[in-house]
Design a protein around this ligand. Structure first.
Ligand SMILES: *Cc1c(COP(=O)(O)O)cnc(C)c1O
Length: 362
């Protein structure tokens, strides 16, 4: 049973559907295949994917095999295509088979494992990932060319999707994206029958050339601006609030919280709120971030494991009242900037301690 002082994480699936529509319009005809890895960026892959299915999504991406298995179960009888970015690792073909998952092959050993799998049990649908300059995952363009040109190198494999990933899409002025696009175009010509995919959230907004056949947005579906700053077109999906436990007056020169993290330079009225980094409010946001209370921004003074302290000023607030720590008034991108990180990390750190409430479940 919940506690009266529990933080509350409201997951607004209507806002998710709104963001899906915004991205769909921006993608101008490309298929939108949502990325729901890391449990739907911490928001619950099942409810997120079921709502996106209701909005028309038919393909999804996860990172780990276990995420794919859990997603297949959560989608019930819905005939979704689920791509697993980790690819086909040794000992896993049976699990891909059982959960009807599509591996994204990113190394030659994975391609060989897939052809062996097909030889043993019949043709297989796969995706191929090519590294066009991010140096993280994917076959080199030369390896991809060799596979395309060597007779039988892909025997038994139906390469349904050819994909790559952009390293600098959230910085539209960076010339690296254009270089990656050019390398991708060269590889694409070798696989004329495969559908193609290059863009994640930020790439969707880089222009028509980047959209290809399928776009793979993650963070922008969940409310993060494609350029890592707030984007008015997108709505907050994750709303974290927590109640005020106490209101106190602190004298000038007194310290708040552990050590000397914060010393009051003047008398202050502060609220102690029942949430901390254990609920996903990143500790590094103290001193730079803010909370929303009584209709205004209130500076975040200290963040500990279970509690945080905000400056209330003259705010008309009472014990028990919920303060917004993330949501429509405390934007994901602003909180991320205050904490010195990116919006993806803020989302996936939202923990399960907060009581979860889903709005708009399909
Ligand atoms: C995580 C990921 C995405 C989604 O990225 P966002 O920036 O969250 O939109 C797309 N493609 C790949 C390969 C990924 O790893």
């Amino acid at each position: 049973m919940g506690s009266p002082s529990q933080a509350r994480l409201t997951i607004d699936l209507d806002a998710l559907a709104h963001n899906h529509a915004v991205l769909k319009a921006a993608a101008e005809g490309a298929e939108l295949a949502p990325v729901v890895k890391s449990d739907g960026y911490g928001l619950g892959a099942g409810p997120v994917a079921r709502r996106l299915w209701a909005e028309g999504a038919r393909s999804f991406f996860v990172a780990r095999l276990s995420e794919g298995e859990a997603l297949r179960a959560a989608l019930g009888g819905r005939a979704a295509t689920i791509y697993v970015l980790d690819g086909l690792l040794p000992g896993t073909p049976d699990r891909f088979e059982a959960a009807q998952l599509v591996p994204v092959l990113s190394t030659l050993p994975q391609v060989n494992a897939a052809t062996a799998w097909a030889a043993a049990s019949g043709p297989r649908v796969v995706a191929l990932q090519v590294d066009t300059g991010m140096n993280r995952q994917g076959l080199t363009p030369e390896e991809a060319r060799a596979l395309a040109e060597a007779p039988g190198a892909l025997r038994g494999l139906d390469v349904r999707l050819l994909m790559s990933h952009l390293g600098s899409a959230s910085q539209p002025e960076d010339t690296r994206s254009a270089e990656q696009l050019a390398r991708f175009a060269a590889v694409r010509a070798l696989f004329p029958d495969a559908r193609t995919s290059l863009a994640a959230s930020a790439g969707v907004f880089l222009g028509p050339a980047y959209r290809c056949d399928v776009v793979r947005p993650g963070v922008s579906l969940y409310g993060g601006g494609p350029e890592e700053r707030p984007d008015a077109r997108l709505k907050a999906v994750a709303v974290l609030t927590a109640p005020i436990l106490d209101i106190r007056n602190v004298q000038a020169g007194e310290r708040i919280g552990y050590g000397s993290t914060f010393t009051a330079e003047r008398p202050m009225r502060v609220a102690v709120v029942a949430a901390g980094y254990s609920d996903g409010v990143i500790r590094a946001a103290a001193g730079r971030g803010y909370a929303w209370c009584a209709g205004a921004r209130r500076p975040l003074l200290a963040v500990t494991m279970d509690l945080l302290v905000i400056e209330l000023g003259e705010a008309d607030a009472a014990v028990g009242e919920h303060v917004e720590l993330l949501g429509p008034n405390v934007l994901l991108d602003e909180l991320a900037a205050a904490a010195g990180t990116i919006h993806h990390e803020v989302l996936v750190r939202l923990s399960t301690r907060a009581e979860r409430v889903y709005l708009g479940e399909a």
